[in-house]
Design a binder for this molecule. Structure first.
Ligand code: KG4
Ligand code: ZN
Length: 337
């Protein structure tokens, strides 16, 4: 029997991207629209929450119109409306949530609330299909976690960061090196042109699956201060390369330990830092070494976008996990795991 195709209209406004997508059967992106506010927040060195929510309000109807035009579909053609409810900036989340609720009410469509980090994980289904059991490395602005997934929405956290998340560390190092927001891609660009000449210490060379990046960040700050005191110019490219090498080596070591210990054959990565080419190259080498099947989202699906929210909503749709309007509220910190 041919199963009916399921179309989900997904909405993501948790930070500084206003995005909507139409996703078919959780893996086929029919249309994607992303309006990024980066150029505005760049002027302030980071996301300004009040400006972010105002800009979402200004753009959300235009993004809706754009995604429906691209899909050549109407809201009435959808099987459900999915929206990010957490974690994120409350004012930003509210704009997407109110839009989702309004569409759900007017068109009588079921509402699915999606955790943003689940979105990053399920972005993998837009490129490959997640094969369970799998190890998942979640590397984002707020997360650095190694997670074992035996099935959909079945998360066992093996280890997490004890302090800063990896994306946060990239962003803070960028600030120290006077690089513009968003820091991650700028540090990566600098690192590509530099050498690992500072030989910074690799964090957490212990037996756990945990991570830590604040000590490494302090080492970068120390190097910058040393140069200032000696009236020397810092070699930003080399320092960025040395930071990136130490940080990513630490992550790869933990991944290698988990692959060895758990003998899992599948590995996925998720979150904004999964766009980092150095990390991707090292993971390819690692997974080749152990003959592990590696899935990485396409670059466009690594950073915030609504297609990943549509992908993450699909397993919930199949299980009839819908929400009442009053149960969908923005939450700034609600963890997935
Ligand atoms: O996953 P994400 O949207 O954040 C959360 O949902 O928490 O990712 C944003 C983070 C930022 O810290 C940004 O600097 C980092 O991902 N990032 C990168 C790269 N692209 C984005 N970090 C390193 N290299 C990149 N190419
Ligand atoms: Zn994100």
């Amino acid at each position: 029997m041919n199963k009916k195709d399921i179309y989900i209209l997904a909405i993501e406004t948790s930070c500084d991207e206003t995005s909507m997508a139409v996703v078919k059967n959780g893996n086929d992106v029919i249309a994607l629209s992303i309006y990024t506010q980066i150029d505005t927040h760049k002027l302030y060195g980071g996301v300004v929450p009040e400006i972010a929510s105002r800009m979402h309000t200004e753009k959300i109807t235009l993004v809706l119109e754009d995604v429906l035009n691209k899909a050549n579909m109407a809201v009435s053609d959808m099987d459900a409306i999915a929206v990010t409810y957490a974690p994120g900036l409350i004012g930003s989340l509210m704009v997407g949530i109110e839009c989702a609720k309004t569409l759900s009410l007017i068109y009588n469509k079921p509402l699915i609330k999606v955790n943003h980090i689940a979105g990053h994980i399920y972005a993998n289904n837009l490129t490959n299909k997640i094969i369970f059991p799998t190890l998942a490395l979640v590397v984002s602005g707020g997360h650095t976690d190694l997670v074992l997934m035996k099935d959909n929405y079945d998360f066992k956290v093996l280890g997490s960061t004890l302090d800063d998340a990896i994306g946060e560390a990239y962003d803070k190092v960028a600030r120290v090196l006077k690089e513009k927001y968003p820091g991650g891609p700028n540090i990566e660009r600098l690192a590509l042109q530099g050498k690992n000449s500072y030989n910074l210490p690799i964090p957490m060379q212990d037996d756990s699956y945990n991570f830590s990046f604040s000590g490494l960040k302090s080492s970068v700050i120390n190097e910058v201060n040393k140069c200032k005191m000696q009236n020397k110019k810092i070699n930003k490219k080399d320092l960025a390369c040395s930071f990136q090498t130490a940080a990513i080596t630490s992550i790869i070591n933990k991944c290698e330990k988990a692959i060895n210990d758990l003998k899992i054959n599948n590995f996925i990565i998720a979150g904004g830092v999964s766009a980092n080419k150095f990390l991707r190259e090292k993971l390819i080498l690692l997974c080749d070494k152990y003959n592990v099947n590696l899935s990485m989202p396409d670059f466009i699906y690594c950073t915030d976008n609504a297609a990943m929210i549509g992908a993450a909503a699909y397993p919930l749709y199949l299980k009839n996990i819908f929400s009442n309007i009053e149960d969908v509220q923005p939450e700034s910190r609600t963890p997935l795991f």
